[in-house]
Design a protein. Sequence first.
Length: 121
Amino acid sequence: MIYAAAFLTGFLSSLGVGGGVILIVYLTVIAGVDQLTAQGINLIFFLPIALLSVIIHRKNKLVDIKQLIPAMIVGSIFSVVGAFAAELIGGELLRKGYGIFVMILGVRSLFQRSKKKCSAG
């Protein structure tokens, strides 16, 4: 089961879809890991996948370095801020907040219209 969760997480993360949702749900619901630890594992798991994805997407000319560098800097700073905030908030409240967040995303995706790209013939 861990291999299936890792595969789905890696695959979806490399597509930019947010595979961390699968990993966190697996770790907390099935593996019995507390929420704060699961989020930390997810962040560590994400690092090599993100690096490989950036390399591949950059090779395919899908990443603009001028936008990437500032986003990485700001994201890194607020990751530290978020880690301290998560510690202050505590695992139980994080678990409930994360559950609500995932439910909102699910409901939103049910009612969101698809944005189809038209290609001129």
